[in-house]
Design a protein around this ligand. Structure first.
Ligand code: CAA
Length: 257
C-alpha cells in the first residue's frame, strides 16, 4: 500500500497514523481523506494492531477541510466531499480498536471534528481548537454540530459554534473535550505510555466495552443494559477471559494475545 498524505507506522501492537500534508497544515482534501481511509482499513484488518494513535506532522494536527478544494463547489460536489469525510470519521468512531488523538497543534474545523471521533484525546499545551466555519459562511461538514453538543452540552457547544472562537488546550481540557494536556516534548511519550497500558489489556474485552459505550450513547439504558449483558456473556469462555481469570488465581499479570 502506498500512502502519500498519511504515514502509517506499527510497533508493539500500536499503530500510528500521522497526517502528512505539511504544505497545507494537514488540511483534509480528497487525497488525504482517501489515504486516511486506506490506512484505517489497514489497521482495522491487522490483528496485530491493538491501539491506533492519530497525530499530525509539523505545527498542525489538521487545519480543517481543504478550503481551496471546496471553493467553487456547489450542490452535489460538496455533499459528496462532505459525505466522504463523514463516513471515514464514523468508521473511526465505531472501529473496534481504541483510538487516541495526539493533538500537536492546530485542530481547526474538520480537525476539531476529527478529535471528537476519537476515544481518548491528548493535546500539547500549544494546541489550538476552533470551529471557524461560520466565519466562512458555512456549517461544520464533518458532524461537529452533532458530536460537540454530545461531548460538552448544547449551550457550551452553541457558543463555540456560533462565535467561531479559538480554544486553548487548557480550555478544551476544562470543557471535557480533552483527557490530558502535556508539554509539547512530552506529548508522544505520554500518549504511547497510555497506548501501551491499553494494548496490554484484553483486546477482545476492550472492543466489546467500546461497542457497549458507543451503543449506549444513542439509546435508553433499558436497551443498553441488555447490550452489556450480551457482551458480558460473550466474554465467558474466550481465551482472554480464561487467561484473565487464571492470572488472578495465580497472582500474576495476565498475558493477552
Ligand atoms: N484549507 C486549505 N489550505 C489551508 C488550510 C485549509 N483549511 N489551512 C491552511 N492552509 C494552507 C494555507 O492556505 C497556506 O498555503 P499557501 O502557503 O499556499 O498560502 C498554508 O496552509 C499555510 O497556512 P498559513 O500561511 O495560513 O499558516 P499560519 O500559521 O499563518 O496560519 C492557520 C495557520 C491559523 C491554521 C490558518 O492557516 C487558517 O486559519 N487556516 C484555515 C483554518 C480553517 O478555517 N479551517 C476550517 C476549514 S472549513 C471546514 O473544516 C469545514 C468542515 O467542517 C468540513
Amino acid at each position: 500500500m502506498s500512502l502519500k498524505y498519511v504515514l502509517l507506522d506499527k510497533k508493539d501492537g500500536i499503530a500510528t497514523i500521522t497526517f502528512h500534508r505539511p504544505e497545507a497544515l494537514n488540511a483534509l482534501n480528497s487525497e488525504v481523506l482517501a489515504d486516511l481511509d486506506a490506512a484505517v482499513d489497514d489497521v482495522i484488518a491487522d490483528d496485530e494492531v491493538r491501539v491506533v494513535v492519530f497525530t499530525g506532522e509539523g505545527k498542525s494536527f489538521i487545519a480543517g477541510a481543504d478550503i481551496k478544494e471546496m471553493d467553487g463547489c456547489v450542490g452535489l460536489d460538496i455533499v459528496n466531499y462532505s459525505r466522504k469525510g463523514v463516513e471515514i470519521f464514523r468508521k473511526i468512531e465505531l472501529m473496534t480498536k481504541p483510538t487516541i488523538a495526539a493533538v500537536n497543534g492546530y485542530a481547526f474545523g474538520g480537525g476539531f471534528e476529527f478529535v471528537l471521533c476519537t476515544d481518548i484525546r491528548f493535546a500539547c499545551s500549544k494546541a489550538k481548537f476552533r470551529l471557524p466555519e461560520v466565519t466562512l459562511g458555512i456549517v461544520p461538514g464533518f458532524n461537529g454540530t452533532q458530536r460537540l453538543p454530545k461531548c460538552i452540552g448544547m449551550n457550551k457547544a452553541k457558543e463555540i459554534l456560533f462565535t467561531g472562537k479559538m480554544l486553548t488546550a487548557a480550555d478544551a481540557l476544562e470543557l471535557g473535550i480533552l483527557n490530558h494536556v502535556t508539554e509539547p516534548e512530552q506529548l508522544m511519550d505520554e500518549v504511547y505510555a497510555m497506548a501501551k497500558q491499553i494494548a496490554d489489556n484484553s483486546a477482545s474485552a476492550i472492543s466489546l466495552v467500546k461497542a457497549a459505550v458507543n451503543a449506549g450513547a444513542d439509546m435508553d439504558i433499558d436497551i443498553g443494559k441488555n447490550i452489556e449483558l450480551g457482551y458480558m456473556a460473550a466474554c465467558f469462555g474466550t481465551p482472554d477471559q480464561i487467561e484473565g481469570f487464571n492470572s488472578f488465581k495465580e497472582k500474576r499479570a495476565a498475558k493477552f494475545r
